[in-house]
Design a protein around this ligand. Structure first.
Ligand code: THU
Length: 168
């Protein structure tokens, strides 16, 4: 039997077309690029994570001379958000990147490792995480992590007390 997957996302020519809360989150991601430490790639990524309680945590990529020791903006922001607010679901993440001081022409999509971490953040919180990706030419809003990582690996015990408590 053939089955099809559909990815739901919106596309806008400008951030001005976003809902105000989405626009605000994307601006926070763009501002966060200022904190990027990228002496090797010169590619400055910013991410802003919105929690269900309205809190916004932003961060940027942090590189290292031992390349794999560096970390992407998305994981840096997500891990900090979870450390600080372990019980509050993440509801959205905005991502933007600059190269030579200018917003990239096309969207910078999260790498595979960040998609995997986003998947677990979504599972852990029990709420869809909206992904807002900015660029100079267009802005995309992807409905949930499933649109970025279908058939994801996970190993969270579905009915653990942690998960049950979170669902209420
Ligand atoms: N990077 C991110 O921070 N997020 C992404 O979505 C893609 C890549 C970083 C990793 C590295 O510091 C630089 O961008 C170039 O790959």
């Amino acid at each position: 039997m053939e089955r099809n997957l559909t990815i739901r996302y919106e596309e806008f020519v400008s951030a001005e077309n976003l809902a105000p809360a989405e626009q605000k989150l994307l601006n926070r991601a763009i501002e966060a690029t200022a904190g990027s430490y990228a002496p090797y790639s010169h590619f400055n990524v910013g991410a802003a994570v919105e929690l269900e309680n309205g809190e916004i945590i932003s961060s940027a990529n942090q590189e290292n001379a031992a390349y794999p020791s560096g970390i992407c903006a998305e994981r840096s922001a997500l891990f900090y958000a979870h450390s600080k607010f372990p019980d509050i679901p993440v509801v959205a993440i905005a991502i933007a990147a600059k190269s030579n001081g200018r917003l990239t022409e096309t969207p910078t999509y999260p790498c595979g490792a960040c998609r995997q971490v986003l998947h677990e953040s979504q599972q852990r919180g029990g709420k869809k995480i909206k992904i807002i990706i900015g660029s100079a030419a267009k802005v995309q809003v992807i409905e949930s992590v499933g649109g970025l990582l279908p058939f994801a690996f996970d190993n969270l015990p579905q009915e653990s007390e942690d998960v049950k408590n979170k669902k209420g």
